[in-house]
Design a binder for this molecule. Structure first.
Ligand code: GRF
Length: 211
């Protein structure tokens, strides 16, 4: 099956760009059917358009107090683009069942912590405050829980003396840009499955990241 990828973003879109660039460099057997942002100012929209990918904005501010309507509209938009896999890349919204149910088992996300540690926001500061010596990022299946879906892969980085949230974020982001395209490629090629009951091959990526 040739996959059609929809990428959802809210801002910079550097993970999105890393995926698109790997896909183009390696001629993935997949198409990018849509890059959608919930924020009209998302920088990543311009990057996607420069790569010739259709873009759209579904502004959550137009749906104040109507979260489930937003999620339904989002599902309709992504469905009409023909997406077979939804890639969340810095999409700063919690998705409700109106979105997660129609796409169950077909949504992945990258989170900048070693889940199950630090779901939610401010992950890097929380790792520093806890005195952790290791931080990292996680690619996981998205379900209705907050950052709680099955872990697909992780990459680790050291927390160094003198780190602040920005320096640690920069170090983690380098690994995000390696890990996320690798996982999406493995999903496309069938080396990794989103179906229930699959075990996580994350060690392979941790070692790669440690080099
Ligand atoms: C990344 O750190 C990602 O892990 C988190 O949000 C950030 C998005 O960055 N979910 P970008 O938009 O991909 O540059």
């Amino acid at each position: 099956m040739r996959h059609a990828l929809a990428i959802l973003i809210s801002g910079r879109g550097s993970n999105m760009a890393a995926i698109i660039e790997r896909a183009q460099a390696e001629s993935w057997p997949a198409d990018f059917c849509l890059v959608l942002a919930n924020n009209p100012g998302a920088q990543g929209l311009k990057t996607a358009a420069e790569h010739g990918i259709p873009t759209a904005v579904l502004n959550h501010r137009d749906y104040r107090g109507r979260r489930s309507e937003y999620d339904s509209a989002l599902a309709a938009r992504v469905q009409s683009a023909g997406a077979t896999l939804v890639v969340l890349a810095g999409f700063m919204r919690i998705l409700g069942p109106e979105f997660t149910q129609p796409f169950a088992g077909r949504i992945v996300n990258i989170h900048p912590s070693l889940l199950p540690l630090y779901p939610g926001l401010n992950t890097h500061q929380r790792a520093i405050d806890a005195g952790d010596s290791v931080a990292g990022c996680t690619v996981h299946l998205v379900d209705k829980s907050l950052d709680g879906g099955r872990v697909l892969a992780q990459a680790e980085v050291p927390v160094l003396p003198g780190d602040n949230a920005d320096t640690l974020a920069d170090r983690v982001l380098i690994q995000e840009h390696r890990l996320y395209p690798s996982v999406v490629r493995d999903l496309i090629d069938g080396r990794l499955s989103l179906e229930e009951g699959q075990t996580s091959p994350n060690r392979q990526f941790k070692q790669e990241a440690a080099k």
